[in-house]
Design a protein around this ligand. Sequence first.
Ligand SMILES: Cc1ncc(COP(=O)(O)O)c(C=O)c1O
Length: 391
Amino acid sequence: MPKAAPLPWPQLLPSTLPTPCFVVDEERLLANLRVLETVQQRTGAKILLALKGFAMFSTFGLLRQVLHGACASSPHEARLAREEFGKEVHAFAAAYSEADMAELVELADHIVFNSFAAWHQFAPMVQAARQRGRTIECGLRINPEHSEGAVSIYNPCAPGSRLGIRRAAFAGQRLEGIDGLHFHTLCEQDAAPLARTLEVVERNFGEFFHTLKWLNFGGGHHITRPGYDLDLLCQCITRVQERYGLQVYLEPGEAVALNTGVLVSTVLDVVDADMPIVLLDTSAPAHMPDVLEMPYRPEVVNASLPGERAWTCRLAGKSCLAGDVIGEYSFDTPLNMGDTLIFLDMAHYSMVKTTTFNGLGLPAIALAEQGTHALRMVRQFGYEDFKMRLS
Ligand SMILES: Cc1ncc(COP(=O)(O)O)c(C=O)c1O
């Protein structure tokens, strides 16, 4: 892949940019793709894009050059993958309706089931689609019952988790017709948690591997984060592929788009309420819901923790929610109406999770093109996008 240094964000953004606006930088996406390509070249693993994390399809032409396809959580994502990504389309959901499966058997190359009952229910539909000429491989999602995550809403192995089949449920089951197993247990993690998880997976499910074609390690691998242990990741993949003759798949969402995009916002007002409160033309619940849901405090260009710079304030959104607060930050000088703020690392999850709560307009989506750094407005939203979801 060609190499060019990404420009600092303020240099990429024209002063005329309408806000709020997500801007994704192709150079930064390329930098991530180079890392993912290295993993594929070193190991022969196949990496897919998890659409739930990043579905900006105007970038798929670039992503397709390296990634082997996309994984979908629903028929809509599977259709987007088929229409816009091409290559392999994989699907997993905690449960499927008959209508979901009727669409998925026409769209997906791999379908992963979350229970033996679901597999048995839909095996005849898969078989009928194969007779019509579709090639579909089927898999089961397993729950290794080994937690590496501290936050329970992001821990598929937490007590009571509905995600994945536990080892005990394999007793008395036959795996004829099953081509692979899938586990997804990590969230923003390095390779050491993967290595520990893999040991448990091998110990408890290894006896089934000899009849399978593939093992899908799911997502949650922070592969493109600086300092990520790529050697250990490659060792894990190579060991499984060599020992069992399996094809390993990875399906990261976040790692594909990590640090590749920003949300640009404008200061609408500054009010005083125990401290300066900066009101923005964006909103935490509507445009960056993970700020409240995870929760986390996004980084802002030219800002630091409260008290570290001369002027401390609270950044807040313009919705009615009292808790529409992004966080407390300090700046070198006070912010004023019309100033621009750049929220970092907003390409993954924020863009796919936006809502029109309060009738707020959805942020526009722009792309900074590789090589020229020219900014292309890909999509702007309006009243119709709000109205069409209601009746
Ligand atoms: C089954 C599955 N695959 C892949 C992913 C992508 O994870 P991430 O974006 O953290 O890499 C998720 C995220 O929830 C998932 O549930």
